[in-house]
Design a protein around this ligand. Structure first.
Ligand code: URA
Ligand code: CA
Length: 442
């Protein structure tokens, strides 16, 4: 079949067959299908959608476009977590070692930050000496010794996604739910996990701006996992303000160390999301029988310091200097010329905080990158001093900026002011966890 006929078929709203999807992905990766045809197809998929079977076929075809990490010689259930990208989301640094401390096996491949969202690899590299580019065999040895390792994608994983994502980025086709779901799931499956917990963010700082979209994406990813024989569950969590207080690489490492040192209260949103993710991970690993038992195990790993010990050991095994990872020394990772508090300019309740704008403000200070490969300053960023619903007297600080390069300081400050809306009335409370979707629900 000519590819132009396939584009027409999808543009007419017809499902593509398993074979057609396979040939499309193979042809695109082999440069037999040109970008202009593939972009027309991506637009047709955005407009017309794909059913569950097509989405699973697309995931499988993408997964098979490159190497697949074989973790089968590691014992137990290999469990992974993935977040669809947020601001102030340092969950991986806390929850991965906690799950390992409870007996889980977390062999995780993470990404770098881009645009307004942070990336775990950059945060790890804020710890001097830490290597994230590690070959598969060494990675497995670290996981075997410590129960947890977090590295960058090793090998040639899902080349189809690299090519297709770059194309979607410039053709306004990123926001297609089947394309997002297959992009994420193909990478997670190629990285070798048996069980995956997804944290789908919903709100102004996320890809999915509404709960309805977040539910659709979460449900589709759980269904794809089920069709491909993996255990997948998803939690949809709030991204209508930054999750944690810290936004910036070393600052987020510090917040994770605080959590693992038992210094963050149970009512804190970051703590809540970490415990919920960890609890799904332990249940899917058959280590805990239910959420209650999992919670108790995770709390114990916070209180007795065994989670922090796993993070320290992981950093040592990845050639980093783990002696910084304690409350006595963690501030030595943060080298800034100055800190500046940003006061509110009127009295009132914090009505909304645009997480995306806050993320961009931190990026402007040098914490993130605009383009792939841009340098970043690990020390700079923001620490939020108040959350939605708080009553603020005039002049009270909304956040503290950690600054080295002052070039974009004014622009960042303006963006923070734009991001934070104060009103006389108190906003309605939004829960941190909006809902959960497991493979039992669908
Ligand atoms: N994250 C991904 O990995 N892929 C997408 O398509 C969107 C978000
Ligand atoms: Ca992240």
């Amino acid at each position: 079949m000519r590819f132009v006929d396939l584009i027409e078929k999808k543009a007419d709203g017809m499902p593509l067959s398993t074979q057609e999807i396979k040939e499309m992905i193979n042809g695109y990766v082999a440069n037999e299908i040109p970008d202009y045809q593939m972009s027309a197809m991506a637009m047709a998929i955005l407009q017309r959608g794909m059913n569950d079977r097509e989405s699973a076929d697309l995931t499988m075809a993408m997964m098979n476009s490159g190497d697949i990490a074989d973790l089968s010689d590691l014992p137990g259930v290999k469990v992974d977590k993935h977040s669809t990208g947020g601001v102030g989301d340092t969950t991986t640094l806390a929850v991965a070692p906690l799950v390992a401390a409870c007996g889980g096996t977390v062999a995780k491949m993470s990404g770098r930050g881009l645009g307004h969202t942070g990336g775990t690899l950059d945060k790890l590299e804020a710890i001097p000496g830490t290597k994230v580019e590690i070959g598969l065999e060494e990675f497995k040895k670290i996981v075997l010794a410590n129960g947890v390792s977090v590295i960058g994608q090793s090998g040639n994983l899902v080349p189809a996604d690299k090519k297709l994502y770059a194309l979607r980025d410039v053709t306004a086709t990123v926001r297609s739910i089947p394309l997002i779901a297959s992009s994420i799931m193909s990478k997670k499956l190629a990285a070798g996990a048996d069980a995956i917990v997804l944290d789908v963010k919903s709100g102004n700082g996320a890809f999915m701006r509404t709960d309805a979209e977040a539910r659709e994406l979460a449900t589709l990813m759980v269904r794809i996992g089920k069709r491909l024989g993996r255990r997948v569950s998803a939690i949809v969590t709030d991204m209508s303000q930054p999750l944690g207080n810290a936004i910036g690489n070393a600052l987020e490492v510090k917040e994770a160390v605080e959590l693992l040192s038992g210094l963050i209260p149970e009512s804190d949103p970051l703590y809540k999301v970490c415990l919920l993710l960890g609890s799904h991970m332990l249940c899917m690993s058959n280590i805990a029988k239910d959420a209650e038992e999992a919670h108790a195990m995770l709390e114990k790993a916070v209180k007795d310091g065994s989670g922090l010990a796993r993070l320290q050991k992981m950093i040592s095994l990845q050639s980093g200097d783990s002696s910084f990872l304690c409350m006595e020394r963690i501030d030595e990772l943060i080298h800034v010329k100055k800190t500046i508090d940003i006061p509110v300019q009127r009295e009132g309740y914090i009505y909304s905080i645009d997480a995306r704008k806050i993320g961009i403000a931190a990026q402007m200070l040098g914490a993130g990158r605009e383009r792939k490969g841009d340098p970043i300053d690990y020390s700079v960023g923001l620490v939020m001093k108040a959350r939605r619903g708080a009553f603020m007297h005039i002049g009270a600080p909304i956040c503290r900026m950690y600054v080295n390069d002052e070039r974009n300081l004014e622009e960042a400050r303006n963006l923070i002011y734009q991001a934070v809306q104060l009103k006389d009335e108190q906003p309605q409370e939004t829960p941190i966890v909006h809902f959960t979707i497991t493979d039992m629900d669908i």
